[in-house]
Design a protein around this ligand. Sequence first.
Ligand code: K1U
Ligand code: ZN
Length: 167
Amino acid sequence: MALLPILHFPDPRLEKVAAPIEHVDDEVRRLAADMAETMYAAPGIGLAATQVDVHRQLIVIDTSEAQDQLITLINPRLTGQSAVTQEYEEGCLSVPGIYDTVERPAEVEVEALGLDGKPFRMKADGLLAVCIQHEMDHLQGIVFVDHLSRLKRNRIVSKLRKQQKVS
Ligand code: K1U
Ligand code: ZN
């Protein structure tokens, strides 16, 4: 297994739209394992392939306290969402040190392929619903700061560009 480098906003590669995975093979399972290792090491509760510069529809998530409930979603598709919304202060491994509130549907239903290549459905609420939507956004080239006002987003871009110049 290997730790993968994570792209940092505003890297334009974070704006790429991920392609569906046609075959769930050993290469995909290895990428999923490397992404899980990278997520746990960061530490984080989710990671999308886009963030490690692989533009394929693959997400890993673990929102459990003990970090022992890994969920892998391949080609995830939103099949339902609640009208009721929730606000959550989100963070992102690609936007280090920045946290801000995003409003999203409180409950979602998702269909995806598992590591065995078989389709499954899951319902989520609370933090898991937030994280699924945040990671699915990454696969569409959307970062959580894109949900903030233009003013806030521009301030974050300037701050991170300055930090990236000195580091
Ligand atoms: O997409 C990512 O970069 C992962 C991101 C997921 C996320 C967090 C919060 C709301 C929505 C989505 C993170 O994991 S940021 C780090 C983080 O939240 C965390 C780190 C250690 C322990 C607990 C949480
Ligand atoms: Zn993120």
